[in-house]
Design a protein around this ligand. Structure first.
Ligand SMILES: Nc1ncnc2c1ncn2[C@@H]1O[C@H](COP(=O)(O)OP(=O)(O)OP(=O)(O)O)[C@@H](O)[C@H]1O
Ligand SMILES: [Mg+2]
Length: 266
């Protein structure tokens, strides 16, 4: 506990980059953190220096019911990484079908992972809806949707408002309350970017956790298989990530006292 789940209706917006760097920031603040990769691109591990040649993982193996403990990679940052594992198209389709048939393949190990009260878990997902996301969202304390300060992201705001991209009907309304947004790649030198960021911020109010500047350092860190705080702690991106980490700390529900009446804490 707790689970933070990154999701986005749109691809390429920075989910994986923010998952990795937020995990690092929270770990530096004293939390014990594990990240789990649910995207067949299998790239989350690269931010933590897991070798390219290490193709093994957790999610890709779910139909064979792996022991998640045996799949954990310890990393120099201290963050534990559960990689997705390498997977080709046919395998990805087979995994999606298996999760649709039997969501317990994922729900059971997630319950086991989340039963550690001292562990903060951050999940990175593939863009758009997925069977994995449908299992993860009801377990999550917070779902973070990443948007960019541009027109398409602005057009997706109604989906964020309604929680529609997390499900439909009552489920959507239920989960919309846990939804927070991070605006990524804000360019203070671009009139359009500033205007879009301003409009999104006014609309979302406190549901906006924060914004991250467009900063080459982010891409450079990935190229070096390192985290932004490691290579450039004074960069704007590093400062922004620390701000997001503080906002996450403030928004996470306190220890699960609400469940102490006998349900949910097991
Ligand atoms: N704030 C930023 N400034 C500059 N570049 C960034 C920033 N955030 C992410 N990037 C770059 O944008 C690209 C996409 O980022 P990332 O892979 O994290 O997106 P994603 O949402 O996980 O994509 P996908 O939907 O394919 O999983 C990467 O090259 C990354 O280095
Ligand atoms: Mg990604």
């Amino acid at each position: 506990m707790p689970l933070i789940c990154f999701a986005s209706p749109k691809g390429g917006v920075g989910k994986t980059t923010l998952t990795a760097n937020l995990a690092d920031a929270l770990q530096r603040e004293g939390r014990r953190v594990m990240v789990v990769d649910f995207d067949p691109q299998n790239t989350l591990r690269l931010h933590f220096g897991v070798p390219l040649t290490d193709m093994g993982g957790f999610t890709a193996d779910l139909p064979r019911r792996p022991d998640w403990r045996a799949c954990v990679r310890e990393t120099a940052s201290g963050v534990m990484v559960l990689p997705h594992g390498a997977m080709e198209l046919r395998g990805a389709l087979g995994l999606a079908a298996a999760l649709e048939r039997d969501p317990e393949l994922l729900a059971a190990p997630m319950r086991s992972i989340l039963s550690d009260p001292g562990l903060t878990v951050i999940a990175d997902t593939s863009p758009g809806p997925s069977h994995a996301l449908a299992v993860l969202v009801p377990m999550a304390s917070m779902v973070i949707a990443v948007l960019q300060a541009e027109a398409i992201s602005a057009a997706l705001i109604p989906d964020i408002d309604s929680g529609r991209f997390l499900g439909s009907g009552t489920m959507a309304a239920l989960f919309a309350g846990r939804l927070r947004v991070v605006l990524n790649e804000v360019d203070l030198n671009s009139r359009l970017s500033r205007a879009a960021a301003d409009a999104v911020a006014r609309h979302l109010g406190p549901r906006l956790l924060g914004a991250v500047s467009r900063d080459e350092t982010m891409a450079e860190a990935l190229a070096m298989q390192k985290l932004v705080q490691e290579i450039a702690p004074d960069s704007r991106a590093a400062e922004d990530i620390r701000g997001i980490a503080r906002a996450v700390e403030a928004a996470l529900p306190a220890a699960p006292e609400a469940f102490s009446m006998g349900w949910g804490a097991r």
